[in-house]
Design a binder for this molecule. Structure first.
Ligand SMILES: C[C@H](O)[C@H](O)[C@H]1CNC2=NC(N)=NC(=O)C2=N1
Length: 102
């Protein structure tokens, strides 16, 4: 099935299952706090690996002890799709393995 933009209701329903994630502007967003700058950088590298595997790539901003992520789907004009939520679920599971709490 072709990728389609999700409705606001669909986005809200999916966000209810993803604590910490938000819909801001036209993107799904999440901010992570880590125990050190190096730990944050390690999470960025691990996220990049998953994003290449999925062939879907968020913007990633590495800060001091922090990682800020935002994603939408370029191929449907920058709307949020199932692909963005698929990525969000994978990243969230990954963040747990880096010691991030829900
Ligand atoms: C050719 C390649 O599959 C596409 O350019 C992919 C790569 N990563 C992507 N990432 C995001 N966020 N949106 C896309 O539409 C997208 N498209």
């Amino acid at each position: 099935m072709a990728l389609a933009p999700l409705s606001q209701q669909e986005i809200d329903d999916k966000l209810a299952e993803l604590p910490g994630w938000a819909f801001q502007g036209d993107k799904l967003t999440r901010s992570y706090r880590l125990g050190s700058h190096f730990a944050a950088a390690a999470l960025v590298v691990h996220i990049a690996q998953v994003q290449d595997e999925l062939d879907h790539h968020s913007d990633l901003v590495l800060g001091y002890h922090s990682v800020d992520l935002s994603v939408n789907t370029h191929s449907v004009g920058g709307a949020v799709t199932e692909k963005d939520f698929g990525l969000a679920g994978r990243v969230e599971a990954l963040a747990r393995t880096h010691g991030v709490k829900a």
